[in-house]
Design a protein around this ligand. Structure first.
Ligand code: ASP
Length: 312
């Protein structure tokens, strides 16, 4: 059987003229690293769930992306991270919200999933669970980046909440989303999805985005598709975006591409919902769609095809 891994590192107003060649290379090599490490798992007969977890870990460890180490600042000057993972084989899922100090939030979601008792843990309870599971912790310094601190400081006295990567002196309309995510189909025909984020700069503390909500930002079902979203979370939640793609496939018989197109280019746009999503189905079809200027994205499969792109 064939395998495919697809990843994203966020969507938004990502314009070539705002990017230096060096930074562009750094982003691309971060995405490449995630594709290679996750691809190796699939190559060696590993599972889709392990591959999407690995891709998220690699991107969480890269300060350029708004997840794990590179998470943005909330309105109270702290980091609050969200993550979710779902296995399309048996619809098992794990999710966390409003956590801090955990090196890899996706790892915590995974532990919740395999523990099976609950699906979604938040705040202190999630941190206690993480401690019991012996997950790796990091101090505030690890999560600090000058760039994101400045981003937050520029608007911390206001009610504005900004999307990641937005340059502080640009208009609010120049939105960039930096969440990371992955979807994969393995050699056994199983699919999985995982998404991780620091959310949005200056978001109210306690705010939960679409990322950790099963069906909104993350969803996987072998019978339909595996989806990971990035964009203005409030809208993706209201659109139940990831599950809507699955529904269009299940109940209307749409292909993955057509279902994703309808959600990204019709339904989200009707709600003014900027962003994008990546998807695969169990047959190995994949799509990377966005209604914004750009989306950090990449795909690799067993046929030797690899593509890493940023702009439209
Ligand atoms: N969807 C994420 C959120 O609303 C943000 C992003 O994709 O960058 O928290």
């Amino acid at each position: 059987m064939d395998y495919t891994i697809v990843i994203h590192g966020g969507a938004g107003t990502i314009l070539k003229q705002d990017m230096t060649p060096e930074l562009e290379l750094d982003y691309k090599s971060g995405l490449d690293d995630a594709l290679e490490k996750a691809g190796k798992i699939l190559e060696n007969n590993g599972s889709a769930i392990d591959a999407v977890k690995m891709a998220n870990i690699v991107l969480e460890n890269n300060i350029l992306f708004n997840a794990g180490r590179g998470s943005v600042f909330s309105s109270n000057g702290h980091h609050e991270m969200d993550a979710a993972i779902m296995d399309g084989k048996d619809l098992s899922a794990g999710a966390v919200t409003c956590i801090h100090g955990i090196k890899n939030p996706i790892e915590l979601s995974y532990k919740i999933m395999v523990n099976k008792q609950h699906v979604f843990l938040s705040g202190k309870g999630a941190l206690e669970f993480a401690a019991n599971e012996g997950l790796e912790l990091e101090d505030d310094q690890y999560f600090f980046s000058e760039f994101r601190y400045k981003q937050w400081k520029a608007i911390s006295d206001t009610d504005v909440y900004l999307i990641d990567h937005s340059s502080v002196n640009k208009e609010e309309s120049e939105k960039k989303f930096g969440t990371v995510g992955a979807v994969a189909v393995d050699k056994h025909g199983n699919i999985a999805a995982a998404t991780s984020t620091g959310g949005m700069t200056n978001k109210k503390f306690g705010r939960i985005g679409d990322t950790p909500i099963i069906g909104a930002g993350t969803y996987a079902n072998n019978a339909t598709c595996a989806i990971s979203c990035t964009g203005h979370g409030e809208i993706f939640m209201r659109a139940v975006a990831a599950y809507d793609v699955s529904c269009l496939m299940e109940y209307k018989g749409l292909s993955l591409q057509d279902a994703m197109h309808k959600v990204v280019h019709e339904k989200l746009i009707a709600l003014n919902g900027e962003g994008g999503m990546i998807g695969v189905d169990a047959k190995g079809n994949y799509a990377m769609l966005f209604n914004s200027e750009g989306m950090y994205r990449g795909i690799k499969n067993n046929k030797g095809y690899k593509e890493i792109s940023i702009y439209k």
